[in-house]
Write a protein that binds this ligand. Structure first.
Ligand code: CA
Ligand code: CA
Length: 435
């Protein structure tokens, strides 16, 4: 069952989805055979069929395999017009439950990879450095499927300050911890675990739905995405409560020494509601990202039983959006009560279509796949599908670009805007053009 212990995902939702997709999964106790142990190709082809044809070790156990009727349906329809074909190129493997990759914005080209148990690894010049950038396993509680080291963000002035921020679930009780750290002797390959300044803690009523994403916005403020506190159905109605920091995106000013400050233009300053709140009504916003070209904020929220969703908050928004949970799951009514001014997703998919837990990605701004520029990429943890979302003729259109077969815990960007895919089974891939 340990195979189900995943980062930031909804185990209960996965279980329900898996039952409907493939009962055999339950017998096999694995969402997918670990593809990292010599079975995963270094290059994953751009067409779903190519990858499906790759010899899976235990095809009967792999929910990433499509239900038997689905290919037939596809054959019966006109071939979807795919504007772009992508593939995956492995850049590193041998990692322990990786769930995020980012860069320091310092011109170094280094990548920093989070391992759920509490380490940050450095990829430099294509090689994984033996010594971790940071080892917080002494204070990170990684018990359970959704706890661990969840977020990392380098200060906008990192090159000068050596300051970075970390989000994790802490020992002994799994509370959310947001901390500031500094480098050890100014070495960008070594963070100093003893430099920790805890800026914020939030008690967690349950072990799941801890959210995760931590990132700086184009406005220089630090954004932290937190889940609704867990269990199922948000029993405390925390996502809709403006007195709770759970089920929210927080916006904090950490530019000054000492504790965080409240940006004066945060939407609940001067009125009812916690001043840290930027947006609310979220269930488990595991991964969010800013479009580096436009400043739009993309929020992927993990669904309960049925619907996975993508939300778009346009650049220039004053904040305060209510994304609807627990009253709405995607565009479907879920629970009792009111969700004032609920904002609905720009894209969603259902568990009935396959999939169980959305992993938000990035608007592609790299150069490796020119046809992909301006497309928002996202995936599903269980199926490994990767979609591209674009606005065409006034409508949002999602196209399935790749069946990766991976357990996608995260996407990530490097300094140049190339996009990476993180596989929980231990590897990180770069998105490349397939031809
Ligand atoms: Ca207030
Ligand atoms: Ca929603």
């Amino acid at each position: 069952m340990e195979q189900w212990q995943t980062g930031g995902f909804d185990l209960s939702a996965y279980l329900r989805g898996a039952v409907t997709v493939l009962l055999l999964v339950l017998l096999g106790c694995s969402p997918a055979p670990p593809p990292g142990q010599g079975t995963a190709p270094d290059q994953v082809g751009g067409q779903a069929q190519e990858h499906v044809q790759n010899p899976a070790q235990e095809p009967a156990q792999e929910p990433a395999q499509e239900p038997a009727q689905e290919p037939a349906q596809e054959q019966g329809q006109p071939a979807p017009r795919k504007p772009v074909r992508i593939g995956l190129q492995k850049v590193v493997d041998g990692l322990e439950r990786p769930l995020y990759v980012t860069h320091a914005g310092d011109g170094s080209g280094r990548l920093y990879i989070l391992e759920q148990p509490g380490r940050v690894r450095v990829l430099e010049g294509g090689a994984l450095l033996e010594t971790p950038f940071l080892d917080l396993t002494d204070r990170v509680l990684s018990r359970g499927n959704e706890q661990g080291l969840l977020g990392l963000a380098f200060a906008p002035d990192f090159r000068e300050s050596g300051v970075f921020y970390v989000h994790y679930t802490g020992r002994p009780d799994g509370r959310t911890v947001l901390s500031r750290f500094r480098l050890l002797d100014g070495d960008p390959r070594r963070g100093d675990p003893s430099s920790e300044e805890v800026l914020l803690t939030v008690d967690q009523p349950y072990a799941n739905h801890n959210g995760g994403a931590l990132l700086f916005g184009p406005d220089g403020y630090l954004y932290l995405a937190l889940g609704d506190g867990g269990s199922a159905g948000d029993p405390g109605n925390r996502a809709q409560s403006l007195d709770s920091l759970l089920g929210k995106i927080l916006r904090l000013d950490v530019s000054q020494p000492g504790p965080y400050r409240i940006p004066p233009d945060n939407p609940f300053v001067g009125r009812q509601g916690r001043d840290e709140i930027w947006a609310y009504g979220l269930r488990n916003p595991w991964r969010i990202s800013f479009d580096r070209a436009t400043g739009d904020l993309w929020i992927a929220d993990v669904g309960q039983d049925a619907v996975e969703e993508v939300n778009l908050q346009p650049a220039g928004s004053p904040g305060g959006e209510n994304y609807g949970w627990r009253v709405w799951e995607g565009s479907r009514r879920y629970g009792q009560g009111e969700a004032p001014g609920a904002v609905f997703p720009v894209a969603e998919y259902t568990h009935a279509e396959g999939g169980c837990s959305i992993t938000g990605g990035y608007v592609y701004r790299g150069q490796a796949v020119t046809g992909l520029v301006g497309t928002y990429l996202y995936g599903d943890y269980c199926t490994g599908y990767i979609w591209g979302l674009r606005r065409q003729d006034g409508e949002w259109r999602a196209e399935r670009l790749l069946d990766s077969g991976l357990n996608i815990t995260s996407f990530g960007e490097d300094e140049a805007g190339e996009v990476y895919v993180v596989d929980r089974n231990g590897a990180v891939y770069r998105i490349v053009a397939a031809d």
